[in-house]
Design a protein around this ligand. Structure first.
Ligand code: HEC
Ligand SMILES: [Cu+2]
Length: 355
């Protein structure tokens, strides 16, 4: 009995030590309760400390009592007769019911307090509509009339209110869940329903985002990036985005790219001033500013972008974009160059530090 509980204890500690290894994403450690990233994280960190404190207390009391009883009442072989038999102990049973109940009530109270605090809308917060599609994210800056897909640019120190929803009510819609991993907790993205979550980013940098509700074959490939930038940079981005006007390219490669884009891609994708597209496909207007391709999956380099255009379903299973085996390498290069030429000039989001 003693050996068995010791064995279990060792297993448990080993498990905790292994489980405590921080999660990796692209060789980078994510801290889901980084206290410097947001007040949300600090709140959750505080709650976690209470829960872990109580858990440690319960662990010590239970294992302590078990160890004591095991040693104190073990069989020694010198017993003259059977020990005295006991049936129930009202006082003890009431105590061990009341104590956990009180603990649960305290945790409930603290959690409710945090939830009310975090759910309170800040007047004047910037509103971003977040829409989850299979398998990518659409971001619409309601106050500015600007749309961007898979990458969300936010000013540091300003409250943002996310209105989270999914799809457009058509029959292939499924539920997703929006989470900026190291900044703010999850909200379900449910077609036809709007949920809210608010956060004030406090540190400039790149943040990972991820769908956290199983939604199909490429659920694990449904990511996004959040670029938290100084206010001045955000203003330049949003003004540039609002005023953006696509021009007809004079460069022959880009002109060829535009021609092919109009033939092959324009029916699905929106590109301001060039094509309307359909809402269930990502907006490509500011593709030249994107740091990733495939909804936060691969770095936006010519190799990955060209591979994507040629055979995106081969890279990301289950997506609703077709492969283009009929396009030659030159044609793919021309389309890629054309997409990269659409951007707000003078901004580079690729070197922001990762959190
Ligand atoms: C049938 C509609 C459809 C057509 C046609 C189509 N796409 Fe797509 N495209 C999509 C969908 C849907 C996605 C989102 C895939 C995902 O990540 O789930 C996508 C994603 C993309 C992305 C990645 C966007 C991002 O932010 O990561 C690029 C780039 C892209 N398409 C380029 C093209 C080009 C170039 C063409 C034409 C050669 C094209 N697409 C044709 C539907 C389409
Ligand atoms: Cu998902």
């Amino acid at each position: 009995m003693l050996q068995r509980s010791l064995g279990l204890l060792i297993l448990l500690v080993a498990g905790l030590a292994l489980g405590a290894e921080p999660g990796q994403a692209g060789g980078h450690t994510l801290n889901i309760i980084d206290p410097q990233a947001s007040a949300f994280n600090r709140e959750v960190r505080g709650l976690l400390a209470w829960v872990m404190g109580f858990a440690a207390l319960v662990f010590v009391v239970v294992i302590g009592a078990l160890t004591y009883v095991t040693i104190r009442f073990r069989r020694t072989g010198k017993e003259a007769r059977e020990p005295e038999q006991v049936h129930g102990n009202d006082r003890l049973e009431v105590i061990w019911t009341i104590i956990p109940t009180v603990i649960v009530l305290i945790i409930f109270g603290l959690t409710a307090q945090s939830m009310f605090k975090l759910d309170r809308p800040t007047p004047g917060a910037m509103v971003v509509e977040v829409r989850g599609w299979q398998f990518w994210w659409d971001f619409y800056y309601k106050d500015h009339g600007v749309r961007n897909s898979n990458e969300l640019v936010l000013p540091v120190g300003k409250p943002v209110r996310f209105e989270v929803t999914g799809g457009d009510g058509s029959n292939y819609d499924v539920i997703h869940s929006f989470r900026i991993t190291s900044m703010v907790g999850a909200r379900d993205a449910i077609p036809g329903v709007v949920t809210h979550i608010e956060v004030t980013p406090e540190k400039v940098g790149t943040y990972y985002g991820q769908c956290v509700e199983l939604c199909g074959a490429s659920h694990a490939n449904m990511r996004f990036r959040v670029k938290v930038v100084p206010q001045e940079e955000f203003d330049r981005w949003i003004e540039g985005a609002k005023a953006y006007q696509a021009t007809t390219p004079t460069d022959p490669v880009l002109a060829r790219g535009e021609e092919l884009y109009k033939q092959q891609c324009a029916a699905c994708h929106a590109l301001k001033g060039v094509s309307q597209g359909l809402p269930q496909n990502p907006d490509l207007t500011f593709f030249g500013n994107r740091t990733t391709v495939g909804a936060g999956m691969w770095p936006n380099t010519p190799e990955y972008l060209e591979r994507w255009i040629k055979n995106s379903p081969g890279m990301k299973p289950g997506i609703k974009m077709p492969a283009f085996p009929q396009l030659s390498d030159e044609e793919v290069k021309a389309i890629a160059a054309y997409l990269m030429s659409h951007k707000v000039e003078g901004l580079d989001f690729s070197n922001l530090e990762k959190f």
